[in-house]
Design a binder for this molecule. Structure first.
Ligand SMILES: Cc1cc2nc3c(=O)[nH]c(=O)nc-3n(C[C@H](O)[C@H](O)[C@H](O)COP(=O)(O)OP(=O)(O)OC[C@H]3O[C@@H](n4cnc5c(N)ncnc54)[C@H](O)[C@@H]3O)c2cc1C
Length: 343
Protein backbone atom coordinates (compact mmCIF):
# COMPACT_ATOMS: atom_id res chain seq x y z
CA UNK A 1 0.00 0.00 0.00
CA UNK A 2 1.36 3.41 -0.96
CA UNK A 3 0.41 6.11 1.55
CA UNK A 4 0.65 9.65 0.17
CA UNK A 5 0.64 12.88 2.14
CA UNK A 6 -1.23 16.16 1.44
CA UNK A 7 -3.17 14.94 -1.58
CA UNK A 8 -5.65 17.46 -3.10
CA UNK A 9 -9.11 15.89 -3.07
CA UNK A 10 -10.93 18.15 -5.55
CA UNK A 11 -9.80 16.07 -8.59
CA UNK A 12 -11.28 12.98 -6.93
CA UNK A 13 -14.77 14.53 -6.76
CA UNK A 14 -17.33 15.42 -9.41
CA UNK A 15 -17.97 18.76 -7.61
CA UNK A 16 -14.26 19.51 -8.27
CA UNK A 17 -14.14 21.03 -4.80
CA UNK A 18 -12.18 20.23 -1.64
CA UNK A 19 -8.85 20.77 0.10
CA UNK A 20 -6.20 18.09 0.70
CA UNK A 21 -6.32 14.80 2.55
CA UNK A 22 -3.62 14.61 5.21
CA UNK A 23 -3.03 11.02 4.04
CA UNK A 24 -4.44 9.26 0.98
CA UNK A 25 -4.07 5.74 -0.41
CA UNK A 26 -5.56 3.67 -3.22
CA UNK A 27 -7.08 0.43 -1.91
CA UNK A 28 -6.64 -2.61 -4.20
CA UNK A 29 -7.14 -5.43 -1.69
CA UNK A 30 -8.50 -6.39 1.72
CA UNK A 31 -4.94 -6.39 3.07
CA UNK A 32 -4.51 -2.79 1.98
CA UNK A 33 -7.67 -1.82 3.90
CA UNK A 34 -6.20 -3.47 6.99
CA UNK A 35 -2.87 -1.70 6.53
CA UNK A 36 -4.53 1.71 6.01
CA UNK A 37 -6.76 1.28 9.07
CA UNK A 38 -3.75 0.23 11.19
CA UNK A 39 -1.85 3.29 9.92
CA UNK A 40 -4.74 5.60 10.88
CA UNK A 41 -5.05 3.99 14.34
CA UNK A 42 -1.35 4.39 15.01
CA UNK A 43 -1.61 8.09 14.18
CA UNK A 44 -4.96 8.52 15.99
CA UNK A 45 -6.55 9.86 12.82
CA UNK A 46 -10.07 9.33 11.42
CA UNK A 47 -10.57 7.50 8.12
CA UNK A 48 -12.84 8.31 5.21
CA UNK A 49 -13.90 5.84 2.51
CA UNK A 50 -13.96 7.43 -0.93
CA UNK A 51 -15.41 5.88 -4.08
CA UNK A 52 -15.93 7.93 -7.24
CA UNK A 53 -16.51 11.15 -5.25
CA UNK A 54 -19.81 11.85 -7.02
CA UNK A 55 -21.91 12.26 -3.90
CA UNK A 56 -19.59 14.19 -1.59
CA UNK A 57 -18.83 17.80 -0.78
CA UNK A 58 -15.35 18.03 0.73
CA UNK A 59 -14.55 21.08 2.83
CA UNK A 60 -12.09 23.70 1.61
CA UNK A 61 -9.65 22.75 4.36
CA UNK A 62 -9.78 19.12 3.26
CA UNK A 63 -9.82 16.04 5.47
CA UNK A 64 -7.48 15.80 8.45
CA UNK A 65 -7.24 12.04 8.40
CA UNK A 66 -6.65 9.07 6.12
CA UNK A 67 -8.66 8.72 2.91
CA UNK A 68 -9.11 5.15 1.68
CA UNK A 69 -9.78 5.49 -2.03
CA UNK A 70 -11.51 2.23 -3.00
CA UNK A 71 -10.32 0.88 -6.34
CA UNK A 72 -11.09 -2.82 -5.69
CA UNK A 73 -11.60 -4.17 -9.19
CA UNK A 74 -12.99 -7.17 -11.10
CA UNK A 75 -16.37 -8.50 -12.21
CA UNK A 76 -17.25 -12.22 -12.10
CA UNK A 77 -20.21 -13.55 -14.10
CA UNK A 78 -22.00 -16.77 -13.16
CA UNK A 79 -24.97 -18.39 -14.81
CA UNK A 80 -27.66 -20.47 -13.05
CA UNK A 81 -30.44 -21.25 -15.50
CA UNK A 82 -32.11 -17.98 -16.41
CA UNK A 83 -30.36 -16.15 -13.55
CA UNK A 84 -27.03 -14.40 -13.92
CA UNK A 85 -24.96 -13.37 -10.93
CA UNK A 86 -22.52 -10.50 -11.37
CA UNK A 87 -20.10 -10.04 -8.46
CA UNK A 88 -18.19 -6.80 -8.74
CA UNK A 89 -15.39 -5.21 -6.72
CA UNK A 90 -16.50 -2.12 -4.79
CA UNK A 91 -14.17 0.08 -6.83
CA UNK A 92 -15.57 -0.96 -10.22
CA UNK A 93 -17.09 2.04 -11.97
CA UNK A 94 -20.85 1.56 -11.65
CA UNK A 95 -21.63 2.37 -15.25
CA UNK A 96 -18.96 -0.07 -16.50
CA UNK A 97 -20.89 -2.84 -14.74
CA UNK A 98 -24.17 -1.63 -16.26
CA UNK A 99 -22.63 -1.30 -19.73
CA UNK A 100 -21.19 -4.80 -19.62
CA UNK A 101 -24.43 -6.34 -18.32
CA UNK A 102 -26.38 -4.66 -21.13
CA UNK A 103 -23.83 -5.72 -23.76
CA UNK A 104 -24.12 -9.30 -22.53
CA UNK A 105 -27.89 -9.01 -22.95
CA UNK A 106 -28.86 -9.27 -19.26
CA UNK A 107 -31.83 -7.52 -17.66
CA UNK A 108 -31.87 -5.73 -14.33
CA UNK A 109 -29.49 -2.77 -14.35
CA UNK A 110 -30.36 -0.98 -17.61
CA UNK A 111 -32.55 1.69 -15.95
CA UNK A 112 -29.60 2.61 -13.72
CA UNK A 113 -27.42 3.53 -16.73
CA UNK A 114 -25.09 6.53 -16.67
CA UNK A 115 -25.13 7.14 -12.90
CA UNK A 116 -21.60 8.20 -11.86
CA UNK A 117 -19.75 6.51 -9.00
CA UNK A 118 -18.62 3.10 -7.83
CA UNK A 119 -20.25 -0.27 -7.23
CA UNK A 120 -19.62 -0.03 -3.46
CA UNK A 121 -21.44 3.28 -3.14
CA UNK A 122 -24.35 1.98 -5.24
CA UNK A 123 -25.26 -0.12 -2.18
CA UNK A 124 -24.46 2.63 0.35
CA UNK A 125 -26.69 5.09 -1.48
CA UNK A 126 -29.14 2.53 -2.85
CA UNK A 127 -28.93 4.51 -6.07
CA UNK A 128 -32.07 4.85 -8.08
CA UNK A 129 -33.64 6.54 -11.02
CA UNK A 130 -36.32 6.06 -13.64
CA UNK A 131 -38.36 3.72 -11.47
CA UNK A 132 -35.61 1.32 -10.35
CA UNK A 133 -33.36 1.12 -7.28
CA UNK A 134 -30.09 -0.81 -6.94
CA UNK A 135 -31.48 -2.85 -4.01
CA UNK A 136 -33.88 -4.60 -6.41
CA UNK A 137 -30.91 -6.38 -8.00
CA UNK A 138 -28.62 -6.79 -4.99
CA UNK A 139 -28.12 -10.39 -3.85
CA UNK A 140 -25.60 -9.59 -1.10
CA UNK A 141 -23.04 -7.00 -0.09
CA UNK A 142 -19.64 -8.05 1.21
CA UNK A 143 -18.14 -5.77 3.86
CA UNK A 144 -15.02 -5.59 5.95
CA UNK A 145 -15.79 -4.59 9.53
CA UNK A 146 -12.69 -2.63 10.54
CA UNK A 147 -13.62 -2.66 14.25
CA UNK A 148 -13.99 -6.42 14.54
CA UNK A 149 -11.56 -7.41 11.75
CA UNK A 150 -14.27 -9.47 10.02
CA UNK A 151 -15.39 -9.97 6.44
CA UNK A 152 -19.10 -10.77 6.17
CA UNK A 153 -21.88 -10.96 3.62
CA UNK A 154 -24.89 -8.80 4.32
CA UNK A 155 -28.14 -9.94 2.72
CA UNK A 156 -30.83 -7.44 1.67
CA UNK A 157 -33.03 -8.00 4.75
CA UNK A 158 -30.13 -6.70 6.89
CA UNK A 159 -29.18 -3.83 4.57
CA UNK A 160 -32.05 -1.52 5.67
CA UNK A 161 -32.39 -0.31 2.09
CA UNK A 162 -34.63 2.72 1.72
CA UNK A 163 -34.90 5.79 -0.45
CA UNK A 164 -31.19 6.70 -1.00
CA UNK A 165 -30.54 4.94 2.26
CA UNK A 166 -28.95 1.83 3.72
CA UNK A 167 -27.38 0.50 6.90
CA UNK A 168 -23.96 1.83 5.77
CA UNK A 169 -25.23 5.39 6.22
CA UNK A 170 -26.11 4.80 9.86
CA UNK A 171 -24.78 1.77 11.69
CA UNK A 172 -21.09 2.47 12.48
CA UNK A 173 -20.82 4.63 9.40
CA UNK A 174 -17.32 4.55 7.92
CA UNK A 175 -16.34 1.50 9.99
CA UNK A 176 -17.82 -0.99 7.54
CA UNK A 177 -16.02 -0.94 4.19
CA UNK A 178 -17.89 -2.52 1.29
CA UNK A 179 -15.52 -4.74 -0.68
CA UNK A 180 -17.79 -6.50 -3.22
CA UNK A 181 -21.44 -6.50 -4.27
CA UNK A 182 -23.29 -9.39 -5.93
CA UNK A 183 -26.18 -8.61 -8.28
CA UNK A 184 -28.90 -10.96 -9.53
CA UNK A 185 -29.74 -10.35 -13.19
CA UNK A 186 -31.89 -12.23 -15.69
CA UNK A 187 -31.34 -13.56 -19.19
CA UNK A 188 -35.00 -13.07 -19.98
CA UNK A 189 -36.82 -9.97 -18.87
CA UNK A 190 -38.90 -7.04 -19.96
CA UNK A 191 -38.25 -3.30 -20.06
CA UNK A 192 -39.44 -1.04 -17.24
CA UNK A 193 -40.62 2.04 -19.05
CA UNK A 194 -43.48 3.21 -16.79
CA UNK A 195 -41.54 6.26 -15.65
CA UNK A 196 -42.87 9.36 -17.42
CA UNK A 197 -39.67 10.40 -19.26
CA UNK A 198 -39.01 6.89 -20.56
CA UNK A 199 -42.66 6.34 -21.53
CA UNK A 200 -42.68 9.59 -23.49
CA UNK A 201 -39.32 8.86 -25.11
CA UNK A 202 -40.44 5.48 -26.46
CA UNK A 203 -43.96 6.53 -27.43
CA UNK A 204 -42.39 9.29 -29.59
CA UNK A 205 -40.28 6.65 -31.29
CA UNK A 206 -43.10 4.09 -31.43
CA UNK A 207 -40.87 1.44 -29.85
CA UNK A 208 -43.11 -0.93 -27.91
CA UNK A 209 -40.65 -3.43 -26.44
CA UNK A 210 -37.23 -1.73 -26.18
CA UNK A 211 -34.10 -3.80 -25.65
CA UNK A 212 -31.76 -3.17 -22.72
CA UNK A 213 -29.47 -1.24 -25.08
CA UNK A 214 -32.38 0.91 -26.28
CA UNK A 215 -33.30 1.72 -22.66
CA UNK A 216 -29.66 2.60 -21.98
CA UNK A 217 -29.46 4.82 -25.07
CA UNK A 218 -32.75 6.51 -24.12
CA UNK A 219 -31.38 7.29 -20.68
CA UNK A 220 -28.24 8.78 -22.18
CA UNK A 221 -30.41 11.21 -24.17
CA UNK A 222 -32.82 11.95 -21.30
CA UNK A 223 -30.08 12.44 -18.71
CA UNK A 224 -27.87 14.60 -20.92
CA UNK A 225 -30.82 16.92 -21.54
CA UNK A 226 -31.39 17.34 -17.79
CA UNK A 227 -27.99 17.17 -16.13
CA UNK A 228 -24.82 19.26 -16.46
CA UNK A 229 -21.92 17.85 -18.47
CA UNK A 230 -19.36 16.72 -15.87
CA UNK A 231 -16.53 17.61 -18.24
CA UNK A 232 -17.56 21.29 -18.00
CA UNK A 233 -19.26 21.76 -14.63
CA UNK A 234 -18.81 20.50 -11.11
CA UNK A 235 -21.82 18.88 -9.46
CA UNK A 236 -22.85 15.96 -7.27
CA UNK A 237 -26.20 15.48 -9.01
CA UNK A 238 -29.27 15.94 -6.82
CA UNK A 239 -28.12 17.89 -3.80
CA UNK A 240 -31.21 17.24 -1.65
CA UNK A 241 -33.44 14.20 -1.23
CA UNK A 242 -37.11 14.46 -2.08
CA UNK A 243 -38.82 15.01 1.29
CA UNK A 244 -40.89 12.08 2.50
CA UNK A 245 -43.75 13.27 4.77
CA UNK A 246 -46.78 11.74 6.47
CA UNK A 247 -50.13 11.81 4.64
CA UNK A 248 -51.36 14.44 7.14
CA UNK A 249 -48.35 16.70 6.42
CA UNK A 250 -48.84 16.18 2.70
CA UNK A 251 -52.51 17.18 2.96
CA UNK A 252 -51.52 20.45 4.69
CA UNK A 253 -48.84 21.10 2.06
CA UNK A 254 -51.15 20.31 -0.88
CA UNK A 255 -53.86 22.63 0.50
CA UNK A 256 -51.40 25.48 0.04
CA UNK A 257 -49.77 24.17 -3.17
CA UNK A 258 -52.46 22.07 -4.89
CA UNK A 259 -50.50 21.76 -8.13
CA UNK A 260 -47.33 20.41 -6.40
CA UNK A 261 -45.85 17.16 -7.69
CA UNK A 262 -46.12 14.31 -5.20
CA UNK A 263 -45.92 10.52 -5.24
CA UNK A 264 -47.05 7.72 -2.97
CA UNK A 265 -44.12 6.40 -0.99
CA UNK A 266 -45.93 3.40 0.48
CA UNK A 267 -47.79 3.13 3.79
CA UNK A 268 -48.71 6.43 5.38
CA UNK A 269 -46.01 8.35 3.49
CA UNK A 270 -45.95 10.72 0.55
CA UNK A 271 -42.86 11.81 -1.35
CA UNK A 272 -42.91 15.49 -2.32
CA UNK A 273 -40.80 16.80 -5.16
CA UNK A 274 -37.82 18.86 -3.90
CA UNK A 275 -37.09 20.26 -7.41
CA UNK A 276 -40.73 21.36 -7.71
CA UNK A 277 -40.47 23.26 -4.41
CA UNK A 278 -37.13 24.88 -5.36
CA UNK A 279 -38.48 25.81 -8.78
CA UNK A 280 -42.12 26.81 -8.18
CA UNK A 281 -42.17 28.01 -4.57
CA UNK A 282 -38.65 29.35 -4.07
CA UNK A 283 -38.18 30.49 -7.65
CA UNK A 284 -34.55 29.43 -7.52
CA UNK A 285 -34.22 27.25 -10.64
CA UNK A 286 -31.30 28.33 -12.82
CA UNK A 287 -30.07 31.06 -10.47
CA UNK A 288 -26.39 31.88 -10.21
CA UNK A 289 -24.53 33.42 -7.27
CA UNK A 290 -20.83 33.97 -7.95
CA UNK A 291 -19.32 30.63 -8.88
CA UNK A 292 -22.31 28.53 -7.84
CA UNK A 293 -25.93 28.10 -8.80
CA UNK A 294 -28.81 25.73 -9.45
CA UNK A 295 -29.05 24.01 -12.83
CA UNK A 296 -31.57 25.57 -15.22
CA UNK A 297 -32.97 22.21 -16.36
CA UNK A 298 -33.07 20.57 -12.93
CA UNK A 299 -33.39 22.79 -9.85
CA UNK A 300 -32.23 20.07 -7.46
CA UNK A 301 -28.76 20.07 -8.96
CA UNK A 302 -26.27 22.55 -7.45
CA UNK A 303 -23.46 23.50 -9.78
CA UNK A 304 -19.86 24.67 -9.47
CA UNK A 305 -19.46 26.90 -12.52
CA UNK A 306 -15.70 26.95 -11.97
CA UNK A 307 -13.50 27.83 -9.01
CA UNK A 308 -16.28 27.50 -6.42
CA UNK A 309 -15.48 26.78 -2.78
CA UNK A 310 -17.30 24.30 -0.55
CA UNK A 311 -18.41 27.29 1.55
CA UNK A 312 -20.16 28.86 -1.47
CA UNK A 313 -22.03 25.60 -2.17
CA UNK A 314 -22.96 25.25 1.50
CA UNK A 315 -24.18 28.86 1.71
CA UNK A 316 -26.45 28.31 -1.30
CA UNK A 317 -27.66 24.98 0.09
CA UNK A 318 -28.46 26.60 3.46
CA UNK A 319 -30.36 29.41 1.76
CA UNK A 320 -32.47 26.85 -0.14
CA UNK A 321 -33.14 24.86 3.04
CA UNK A 322 -33.99 28.00 5.01
CA UNK A 323 -36.36 29.38 2.40
CA UNK A 324 -38.00 25.99 1.78
CA UNK A 325 -38.71 25.68 5.49
CA UNK A 326 -39.86 29.27 5.81
CA UNK A 327 -42.26 29.09 2.85
CA UNK A 328 -43.48 25.48 2.98
CA UNK A 329 -42.60 24.20 6.45
CA UNK A 330 -40.83 21.33 4.68
CA UNK A 331 -37.29 20.31 5.69
CA UNK A 332 -34.96 19.48 2.81
CA UNK A 333 -32.16 17.12 3.80
CA UNK A 334 -29.01 16.76 1.75
CA UNK A 335 -28.37 13.63 -0.29
CA UNK A 336 -24.76 14.75 -0.65
CA UNK A 337 -22.34 13.72 2.13
CA UNK A 338 -20.32 16.53 3.76
CA UNK A 339 -16.70 15.74 4.60
CA UNK A 340 -14.14 17.75 6.51
CA UNK A 341 -13.62 19.88 9.54
CA UNK A 342 -15.89 22.87 9.07
CA UNK A 343 -18.77 20.77 7.62
C1 LIG B 1 -24.28 14.09 -12.62
C2 LIG B 1 -24.72 13.17 -11.51
C3 LIG B 1 -25.87 12.43 -11.64
C4 LIG B 1 -26.30 11.57 -10.62
N1 LIG B 1 -27.44 10.85 -10.81
C5 LIG B 1 -27.86 10.02 -9.84
C6 LIG B 1 -29.04 9.25 -10.01
O1 LIG B 1 -29.70 9.30 -11.04
N2 LIG B 1 -29.42 8.44 -8.99
C7 LIG B 1 -28.72 8.33 -7.83
O2 LIG B 1 -29.12 7.58 -6.95
N3 LIG B 1 -27.58 9.05 -7.65
C8 LIG B 1 -27.13 9.88 -8.61
N4 LIG B 1 -26.00 10.62 -8.42
C9 LIG B 1 -25.27 10.53 -7.13
C10 LIG B 1 -24.06 9.55 -7.14
O3 LIG B 1 -23.71 9.21 -8.45
C11 LIG B 1 -24.36 8.28 -6.37
O4 LIG B 1 -24.73 8.57 -5.04
C12 LIG B 1 -23.17 7.30 -6.34
O5 LIG B 1 -23.57 6.05 -5.84
C13 LIG B 1 -21.98 7.79 -5.53
O6 LIG B 1 -20.92 6.90 -5.78
P1 LIG B 1 -19.42 7.27 -5.47
O7 LIG B 1 -18.60 6.05 -5.67
O8 LIG B 1 -19.03 8.46 -6.25
O9 LIG B 1 -19.52 7.59 -3.91
P2 LIG B 1 -18.70 8.69 -3.09
O10 LIG B 1 -19.21 10.04 -3.45
O11 LIG B 1 -17.24 8.45 -3.21
O12 LIG B 1 -19.16 8.31 -1.60
C14 LIG B 1 -20.51 8.46 -1.21
C15 LIG B 1 -20.69 7.84 0.18
O13 LIG B 1 -20.51 6.43 0.11
C16 LIG B 1 -19.46 6.00 0.99
N5 LIG B 1 -18.74 4.92 0.31
C17 LIG B 1 -18.22 4.94 -0.95
N6 LIG B 1 -17.67 3.75 -1.23
C18 LIG B 1 -17.82 2.97 -0.13
C19 LIG B 1 -17.44 1.62 0.21
N7 LIG B 1 -16.79 0.83 -0.66
N8 LIG B 1 -17.75 1.16 1.44
C20 LIG B 1 -18.43 1.94 2.33
N9 LIG B 1 -18.79 3.21 2.09
C21 LIG B 1 -18.49 3.71 0.87
C22 LIG B 1 -18.61 7.24 1.20
O14 LIG B 1 -17.88 7.17 2.42
C23 LIG B 1 -19.65 8.33 1.20
O15 LIG B 1 -20.25 8.42 2.47
C24 LIG B 1 -25.54 11.47 -9.43
C25 LIG B 1 -24.36 12.21 -9.30
C26 LIG B 1 -23.94 13.04 -10.32
C27 LIG B 1 -22.65 13.80 -10.17
Amino acid sequence: MEMNESVPLAPYTTFKIGGPARYFCDIHSLNEIKEAVAFAREKHLPTFILGGGSNVLISDSGFDGVVLHIVLSGIEWEEEGDTIFATAGAGVVWDELVRESVERGYWGLENLSHIPGSVGASAVQNIGCYGVEACEAIEWVEEYDTENDLVRRVFPHDCAFGYRDSVWKHDRKGVRVITRVRFRLAKNGSPKTDYKDLREYFSDKTIIHPTQQEVRDALFTIRSQKLPDLARYGTAGSFFKNPVVTTEEAVQFLKRFPEALHFSSGGNEIKLSAPWIIDHVLNLRGIRKGNVGTWGKQALVLVNYGGASAEEIKTLAHEIQFRAHELTNIALSPEVVFIGSES
